[in-house]
Ligand binder design. Structure first.
Ligand code: FAD
Ligand code: NAD
Length: 457
């Protein structure tokens, strides 16, 4: 066997498809369902729930006060039907992954893999225990939710997996952790009618983003009636909810039917016989080089198990890279940027360097920011909350970073990444005709602003 891939998430299944296409004899072993975290309990289910919540919330707002002149009878939601619709999408996608692997000539085995040594893996299926010897093995085991020792999962304490499969909207939901998952799912449940409190240990939400980007999200949390408790630590579950300690040492018992814990995800590197390989590690992440090689010859690692950012598209890009590398193509990890989208309300997109990151790197920059209040398309969609910002080198206008916040701005992630990966300068973007009226015009205008000659502001 040329290639054995452990894990059928975005990293593993993309690697399997590409390796199969390239004629490499490939087996993917997956203990659960093909598609991994992303398709089954992550990216797709959460975006489906967010969409349903947005639709419900919009209808709920049209009670005669809407400036659009629309009225609607008071809507209701049957969450179990919403979840069944979401499950249908998941089934289509995971079935699609199985079909794509088959079409490419890669075999998918449902079973649990465990390294016996760097070349030999034992796979336990429902029917048998197999021993597979492979020339190359790829670890694509992904990540799992971090559990707080004083707030173990079970009963009313849930992770994102259970939150995305509830059959009724909880009356009161407390979310522990104001990061990606807590904000995305917390906002969705608030729109579905739950009274939501977000408890965040640090002094800001989404601590990795600058406050210009998070300000519109903070405003929207407030408008949705979400109670945000910053500098507050979860202590323990109580009979009626969650005990927390505020910044000034006050202990408060927050009532809740459900407590959603979203304090990060940890790489799955401690099982499957991985510790026995004694690989070089970076904390709990497996250390890899620019070809995704680990410290053991013939053993590669990709995706969440290898480090931040733990994003599906990074895992997929690594999977494709390794397959091509193993087929003999010259491939190294040479990406300038990995775009990230937070599907909050409004959405946040980041790509490349922020102004602060460029400054820390000692680069002199010029920035341009264009607000959606001056964009006709945003006005016509009631989506004026936000902006696009460009960060470029002062000496030659090379674009180093693009960030933005706004409703529907996730779709600009591609334009941002293309500009940076193709080493565009400000003039390259301003020379391009951007269709009118679109949110993309804000990218054009932000670059014009950085050059000192905006047209529409
Ligand atoms: P995973 O998807 O975790 O897949 C690993 C697979 O390996 C799993 O299926 C597991 O069952 C299998 N496995 C593990 N051990 C073994 C073993 N011993 N034998 C056999 N199989 C094994 N990312 C985005 O880019 N955009 C988003 O919008 C987004 N939203 C998210 C929302 C939520 C709620 C969550 C939880 C995550 C989200 N993510 C998002 C992150 C994204 O899901 C992960 O980055 C991505 O799934 C990582 O892919 P992976 O292949 O590395 O691992
Ligand atoms: P996160 O790292 O985004 O956020 C965790 C938050 O919890 C942080 O703000 C942290 O300060 C806070 N926290 C930590 N311990 C705490 C405690 N004891 N009490 C209160 N707050 C505490 O983690 P996440 O939201 O669990 O998401 C995990 C990962 O999944 C993300 O980092 C991302 O890589 C991925 N993801 C991506 C997307 C997307 O791309 N749209 C969506 C969801 C998840």
């Amino acid at each position: 066997m040329r290639l054995l891939i452990i894990g059928g998430g975005p990293g593993g299944y993309v690697c399997g498809i590409r390796a199969g296409q390239l004629g490499i004899d490939t087996v993917v072993v997956e203990q659960a369902k093909a598609g991994g975290t992303c398709l089954n309990v992550g990216c797709i289910p959460s975006k489906a729930l967010i969409h349903a919540a947005d639709e419900f919330h919009k209808l709920s707002g049209y009670d005669g006060r809407s400036a659009l002149g629309i009225t609607a009878a008071s809507p209701s939601i049957d969450l179990s039907r919403t979840i069944a619709w979401k499950d249908g999408i998941v089934a289509r996608l995971t079935g699609g992954v199985q079909g794509l692997l088959k079409k490419a000539g890669a075999r998918l085995i449902t079973g649990q893999a465990e390294f016996l040594d760097g070349k030999t893996v034992q796979v336990t299926t429902d029917a048998a225990v197999l021993r597979i010897v492979a020339e190359n093995v790829i670890i694509a085991t992904g990540s799992e939710p971090v559990e707080l020792p004083f707030l173990p999962f079970g009963g009313k304490v849930i992770s994102s997996t259970e939150a995305l499969a509830l059959d009724a909207v909880p009356e009161r939901l407390v979310v522990v952790g104001g990061g990606y998952i807590g904000l995305e799912i917390g906002t969705a449940f608030a729109k579905l009618g739950a009274a939501v409190t977000i408890v965040e240990a640090t002094s800001k939400i989404l601590p990795q983003y600058d406050s210009a980007l998070t300000r519109p999200v903070m405003a929207s949390l407030e408008a949705l009636g979400i109670k945000l408790m910053l500098d507050t630590k979860a202590k323990a579950a109580s009979d009626t909810g969650l005990m927390v300690e505020t910044a000034d040492g006050e202990i408060i018992d927050l009532p809740a039917e459900r407590i959603l814990v979203t304090v990060g995800r940890r790489p799955r590197s401690q099982g499957a016989g991985i510790p026995g390989l004694s690989l070089d590690m970076d904390g709990h992440f497996i250390r890899i080089d620019e070809n995704c090689r680990t410290s053991m010859r013939g053993v590669f690692a990709i995706g969440d198990v290898t480090g931040e950012p733990m994003l599906a598209h990074r895992a997929m890009a690594q999977g494709e890279l390794v397959a091509e590398f193993l087929s003999g193509k010259k491939r190294v990890w040479d990406k300038i940027c990995i775009p990230a989208v937070c599907f909050t309300d409004p959405e946040i997109v980041t790509c490349g360097l922020s102004p602060d990151e460029a400054k820390s790197a000692g680069i002199e920059t010029t920035t341009g920011q264009f607000p959606f209040t001056a964009n006709g398309r945003a006005m016509s969609m009631e989506a004026e909350n936000g902006f696009v910002r460009v960060v470029a080198r002062k000496d030659n206008g090379l674009i180093l970073g693009l960030q933005g916040v706004g409703e529907g701005i996730s779709e600009l992630a591609a334009a941002f990444a293309i500009a940076i990966e193709m080493s565009a300068r400000l003039e390259d973007i301003t020379a391009i005709i951007h269709a009118h009226p679109t949110l993309g015009e804000a990218l054009h205008e932000a670059c014009l602003k950085a050059l000192g000659h905006s047209l529409h502001i």
